[in-house]
Design a protein around this ligand. Sequence first.
Ligand code: NAP
Length: 240
Amino acid sequence: MSDSTQKVAIVTGGSQGIGAGLVDGYRQRGWAVVANSLTIKPSKDPDVLTIQGDVSKQATADQIVGQALDRFGRVDTLVNNAGVFVSKPFTDYTAADYALVTGVNLAGFFWLTQRAIGQMLRQGSGHVVNISASVADHADIAEPTALAALTKGGLAAVTRSLAAEYASRGIRVNAVAPGIIQTPLHPAESYTPAALAGKLPPLGHVGQVSDIVDGILYLESAPFVTGEVLHIDGGRTAGH
Ligand SMILES: NC(=O)c1ccc[n+]([C@@H]2O[C@H](COP(=O)([O-])OP(=O)(O)OC[C@H]3O[C@@H](n4cnc5c(N)ncnc54)[C@H](OP(=O)(O)O)[C@@H]3O)[C@@H](O)[C@H]2O)c1
């Protein structure tokens, strides 16, 4: 076990994209990190514990929190970052699409957050950050996103619900709602000027992983902020 004063963050979906940026961001602040994803590889950094597994399963949630406690002794922050995105006309979604998206985006949040908050209650403090999406507030007729709206809108709502439920016990719950961020979630060709024509937000460009990491680290250092859904979307939710 490490120095018990070292803070510990759990980051799901930590193998690439925003999650990998978060692993680096928390490490740069001196935190230990437990990073999960389906395919994540072991880390050479002794303060990064990686755990492969499907976050939609309760057994994975048990493993993540159990191993975090065995290795580092505490859980200060959980970032529910793992997520999947399937865009189709609403009537084309299959049972497999529904199971995948609700499994990762909602069950993945649900089981792990229950267990993490259980530990935070024992410690008397903690912080949960959910990754929502700006499409939950601002639909775009060019790209149908009903399953993203359903799941990411649910995460925004439950952020406020849990923030109120646990505020008196020292636990804050916040969310960030990214707009279009350049990550491996979308194929590289979807970030070309031609592909982005008509899709850019008011600031005129897509966001980078660092924009989201900076927002989450801001929430980490903001003890009077809870129940907030921080839009990091170049002004997309504000309008166009
Ligand atoms: N990029 C955007 O424009 C954008 C916009 C709005 C919201 N978001 C949200 O931001 C978050 C991060 O997105 P990203 O762009 O960084 O995506 P990404 O590059 O596709 O990374 C997704 C991560 O989730 C992990 N993952 C997928 N299914 C999993 C499962 N069943 N169990 C555990 N881990 C699983 C992946 O693991 P493996 O690598 O092992 O498969 C990967 O580490 C997601 O919640 C996404 O919905 C992104």
